[in-house]
Write a protein that binds this ligand. Sequence first.
Ligand SMILES: *Cc1c(COP(=O)(O)O)cnc(C)c1O
Length: 356
Amino acid sequence: MPRPTTLSVDLDALLSNAATTRSLAGNRKILASVKANAYGHGLSRCSKALSQNVDGFAVAFCEEAVVLRQQGISLPLLLLEGPFDRDDVDAINEHDLMVAIHDHHQIDLLEKASYRFTSPVWIKIDTGMHRLGFSPAEASTVDQRLRQLGAHSTILMTHYAEAEHPSSALTLEQQRVWQASTSSMPPTRSAANSAAIMNALATATDWVRPGIMLYGAAHTDPLKGLPLEPVMSLTSEVMALRKILAGDTVGYGGRWRAPRDSLIATIPVGYGDGYPRGAEDGTPVWLQSQRFPLAGRVSMDMITVDVTDFQACQIGTPVELWGKHLSVNEVAKHAGTIGYELLTRLTGRVPVIYHP
Ligand SMILES: *Cc1c(COP(=O)(O)O)cnc(C)c1O
């Protein structure tokens, strides 16, 4: 018998979130971000489910896109980081992928490797994130160069560094630079990730690029009143229970010390599964129908929870680490990280079950 720890993926919730995204996106096209194994939810299954409801998919690099083509997905696919080498360009030609170009060396590569230019080319503009992209001043030269090489259409894209703060100085400056540098350029544009969509920063663009909101999480909790449902639930069951005395410690290093005689539940999930080792004492864990505090360091295969106030707890009591009752962001906050990281770093030993 496998241990009871499982990752459940609710495909109905995924579709419902896509519908919510569609209603916010209005008549803009949706390029669903499914990079990093669909944020840990399973690239093939999630993309197949979404393919009736979105207009294309964004992935980080070539291998992720090839998986989608092999699954029979024929929608437009964008490589957010563009080609890395000649082999990539061959695969891009073979599988008819769209590329985001962020640097001149990539245009050289397209030229040398005889890129076919059958799809629009996305030009990444660095409006202030300073991670990837051409400077705004170069944008029109790059556009001209691509057209000379055979591109029949181009799409300008940028990325906000903190779209979760729509009126911050950085966001306002990025908007100003974006508008100033693209006003005389070809008309097709894309700027908005989930936070930008939720904060209405997607105006005057043609494609939106939602990721995290499709999976029912966000940069923020609560989700701005939007009916977004968590798609992933990481669940388990209590495997052991013990009574300890006031003053006893629990787990590696004896980090947690019982302030009173206590009941400790042990759950078979740990950092070897992707539960964050950085989780502090007090991190919420959902047992049966309410939150209880993590007590003691996370081990590779187990965690320990203070269930003194839940004397009816038993071996087999259901546990949710995050999911419908406990948001992944809340857990992440107690571990000094963000929901995105917890979703994407579950390890292969956790069995994944898809519903329906
Ligand atoms: C990952 C990514 C997105 C999606 O971001 P979310 O915050 O998950 O919505 C959009 N655009 C680019 C360029 C990205 O790298």
